[in-house]
Structures are given as C-alpha cells and as structure tokens.
Write a protein that binds this ligand. Structure first.
Ligand SMILES: C[S@@+](CC[C@H](N)C(=O)[O-])C[C@H]1O[C@@H](n2cnc3c(N)ncnc32)[C@H](O)[C@@H]1O
Length: 300
C-alpha cells in the first residue's frame, strides 16, 4: 500500500512525520525520499531487531530521523506535541518476524512458543498456553481470533498440558490439527489460535487504543493519520475511534441517546471513510497483503 500511503500523507520538504511501526523501514524510506531534502521522521518499533534494521535501511537519510525502540502508545512521551504533518501505523507483525522461527510467531516454522514483539517483556505465548485457565484461553481464541472451536481447543490444551507443558509452535499447531483436521481448507486450523495468542501476548488492542490517543497529541491541526490494519478486530478499533472523534457531540455511557447528546467541536474528519484495499497486482506480489485495509483521517 506504499502508493496509497504516500497519497494519503503527501510528504513534502520541510514537513515532519511519525512512523509508529517502522519495521524494516520500507514506508519510512519512501516518506523520507518524498520529503527530501528537509523532511523529518520520528520512528519507533517495539522490536529491537526491527529498530536496527530500520536504522541500517535509512542510513542514506542520516540526520533526518530519530528512531527509538518502544511502543507507539508512548509516542507522545517523546515526540513533541502537534509536531507531525502525518503519522503512519502499519499494524501487526512483519514478514521478518513471521519468518524468523526463534520468534515463535508462526505455525509454519518450529520454534519456541514466544510471540513477543518486544523481547524485554516477560509474558510469552508459552506462559499463556501453559498457565491460563480453559475459560481464559477460550475467551482469547474467541474474542481475539474469532475462533468457532474456541472452547474445544482450550479444553484440549488444558488436558494435554497436564501430561506435558507446551514448548514449541509445532506442538501447539499439531494438537490443533489433530482435533480439527484441515480437510482441504485453505487456511491452517491453527491460524486463529496463533493470531489470538499473539494479540493477547502483545496487548495489541490496548496498545492500539492508547496509540490512537497519542497520535492525536502529536499531530498538527490538518495533519493526517494513516492506519493499515490486518484483521477485523483492529479495524473495528480504528473505525470506532474515527467515528467517536469525528462526531460533533458526545454522549455519556455506551448508548447514543439523541436527547442526551452534548454538542462539541469534532477533533477529526475522515479522508477516506471507506477502507482502501490493495489491488490485485500487490496481492499477487505479496499474498500477506490480501487482508490489509487502509483508513485515513485528518485532525481538525
Ligand atoms: C507490518 S510491520 C511494519 C512494516 C513497515 N511499515 C515497513 O514498511 O517495513 C509491523 C511492525 O510494527 C511493530 N509493532 C506492532 N505493534 C507495535 C506497537 N504497539 N508499538 C510499536 N511497534 C509495533 C512490529 O514489531 C512490526 O515490526
């Protein structure tokens, strides 16, 4: 979605951007190139390997960026208030993380059940799989992965770990495959279980909610936020945030009762209310992009 991100953020010389998920700095490099020679980029990633890779990738733009290791939820702690003309959040995991067996993100590679984006964090996927109750595991699989067999999988995990604790991605993937054979299905039966464990281990929903609040602080009025999501749960968080902040009223509680509305000035407007999806050529070149959706908002 590089072209769409460029189009949304429109980097120009003399402007400043933040990339909260710098990863391998693919997007960051095109933002810096497009804003040459004076554009500036603040970048962060929770993953220490990504931060190193990004610094190396951006060497040609030395003197025009600052990169820190950390959660984008903390961007407003170090990026000055109202400093940015545009912010990008390209959520989820990178191909580099998925393809690295020792990080334990994928059932396609055998590795430790880890899944931490920030390896300084203590909680790992193995801690959840071996320590959470059946009820808690089922809630994770159902709410964060939309897994229909959540309870069955959770019970089977709890029974299996009484004999032997889970250590590797393969052990977990094989258990799920045994109770839910693939039978020609396109996706692996452990896809949702792995996705939901990753979201839980990294508190991705909580980080996203706090991150969106932080972005509002560092954006200038007229500055744009571009968010790329990869599953419906995070897309819903972005949509709810955009809807709430673009309303010209607030209401107390969960239900919007017209008589109880309090007028207020909206904080942002949608630039593209409908999500932008990658084209066929991009999906053909990068099959992982097929579930990506880009939403763009502008601070008022
Ligand atoms: C899809 S990749 C980003 C790829 C990047 N846009 C590029 O062009 O190379 C997602 C990255 O976001 C990072 N990440 C995910 N959630 C994060 C968070 N809450 N704070 C900081 N980094 C995060 C991951 O570690 C990963 O490196």
């Amino acid at each position: 979605m590089a072209a769409e991100v460029l189009n949304a953020l429109n980097p120009r010389p003399g402007t400043r951007y933040a990339d909260g998920t710098i990863g391998g700095a693919g997007h960051a490099a095109i933002i810096l190139a497009a804003s040459s020679p004076t554009g500036w980029l603040f970048g962060c990633d929770r993953d220490g390997d990504a931060v190193e890779a990004a610094r190396a990738r951006l060497a040609e733009f030395a003197g025009r960026f600052e990169i820190r290791r950390g959660n984008f939820a903390e961007l407003a702690d170090w990026v000055p208030a109202a400093a940015c003309d545009g912010v990008l959040l390209d959520l989820g995991v990178s191909s580099r993380q998925l393809d690295c067996a020792r990080r334990g993100f994928s059932f396609q590679h055998d590795g430790p059940l880890d899944m931490r984006m920030d390896t300084r964090q203590l909680l790992t996927a193995a801690d959840l799989v071996n320590g959470a109750s059946a009820g808690e595991l089922a809630r994770i699989f159902e709410e964060l992965g939309g897994e229909r067999d959540a309870r069955r999988f959770a019970k089977a995990i709890v029974r299996a770990r009484e004999r032997q604790k889970f250590k590797t991605t393969r052990e977990l993937a094989e258990l799920i495959e045994r109770i839910s054979p693939r039978r020609g299905k396109r996706t692996h039966p452990a896809t949702q279980v792995f996705q939901s464990l990753r979201i839980a281990v990294n508190d991705e929903t909580g980080s996203l909610k706090r991150g969106l609040d932080a972005v509002m602080k560092i954006l200038k009025p007229g500055g744009r936020l571009a968010v790329i999501t990869f599953h419906s749960l995070e897309d819903r968080v972005v949509k709810d945030f955009g809807r709430a902040r673009s309303r010209d009223y607030t209401f107390a509680g969960e239900v919007d009762v017209p008589e109880l509305r309090e007028p207020r000035v909206p904080e942002l407007k949608w630039v593209t209310r409908k999500a932008i999806r990658p084209g066929a050529a991009e999906i053909a070149g990068n099959p992982r992009s097929r579930s990506a959706q880009l939403r763009v908002m502008e601070k008022i």
